[in-house]
Design a protein around this ligand. Structure first.
Ligand code: ADP
Ligand code: ADP
Length: 227
């Protein structure tokens, strides 16, 4: 059963003052529930465009995009998104930051506060709930960002270079953390990265894109025994 379905997707940007760019062409793939896939390729191959389309943040021209059985036609509660920077609100505590999607979507705070605390504990941030973002390291802030993306139990977690702003060692550590989070949550994850080793380390399947226009060059199945 496919949790994400992308068929014959084509995306052309038509800026008013310059030539149109075909960012994506002939994109076809499916993601099963609980699967972890990565999208890799050089800068400009359309990775961010693909993620934004899945997230319903930009319209796509042609093709079909379905998430959790629904046609994507705008931002949907089925999606959780992690950006390159944690983008936590500095005036809110860590717990209050994690609760933001619950408030934005008008869900019950009481029902989700326990989930928020559980997620923070899962990523090793128990005890930091009442602290402010500036009191935490970059890696800790990004972990809080992951909790925020998961708090409303989305069908799919989308991540765009989530650890790109972190130093190499923290990044490596965070990748191991992410694998652990994935194993515990059973999330369906689409990760965009320019690092092939990272993609191979993390995912079940790696989709490699070519630039201009972004097409699927190959899909690599990663055979591995998870610990
Ligand atoms: P990546 O994330 O792989 O670096 P992007 O999705 O950012 O690739 O961009 C894919 C292509 O689309 C690039 O050629 C880029 O210049 C172009 N592009 C991206 N966003 C826009 C936009 N808003 N307007 C015009 N062209 C864009
Ligand atoms: P990345 O490579 O990290 O995905 P980019 O530098 O390609 O980021 O793009 C950053 C943002 O700028 C993208 O989200 C895209 O919307 C916008 N962008 C990229 N290329 C263009 C372009 N040619 N014209 C207008 N906007 C663009």
């Amino acid at each position: 059963d496919s949790w994400i379905e992308v068929a014959d997707l084509r995306k052309v940007y038509t800026p008013r003052r310059s030539e149109p760019t075909t960012a994506l062409q002939d994109i076809d793939f499916q993601v099963r529930r609980g699967e972890f896939i990565s999208v890799v390729g050089p800068s400009g191959c359309g990775k961010t465009t693909l993620l934004k389309i899945l997230a319903g943040l930009i319209p796509y021209g042609e093709g079909a995009v379905r998430v959790a059985g629904r046609d994507v036609d705008g931002p949907m509660p089925e999606i959780g998104m992690v950006f390159q920077e944690a983008t936590l609100l500095p005036w809110r505590t860590i717990l209050q930051n994690v609760m933001v999607p619950v408030e934005v979507q008008g869900l019950s705070r009481d029902a989700h506060r326990a989930q928020a605390r559980k997620l923070l504990e899962m990523v090793g941030l128990d005890g930091f709930e009442e602290q402010y973002p500036s009191q935490l390291s970059g890696g800790m802030q990004q972990r809080a960002g992951i909790c925020r993306a998961l708090v409303h139990d989305p069908a799919v977690l989308l991540m765009d270079e989530p650890f790109g702003a972190l130093d190499a060692m923290t990044r490596e550590y965070m990748n191991v953390e992410l694998l652990r989070i994935w194993q515990q949550s059973g999330q369906t994850i689409v990760l965009v990265t320019h690092s092939i080793p990272e993609a191979v380390f993390l995912s079940d399947r790696v989709i490699v894109l070519t630039p201009r226009p972004g097409r699927i060059a190959e899909v690599i199945d990663i055979e591995m025994d998870r610990p």
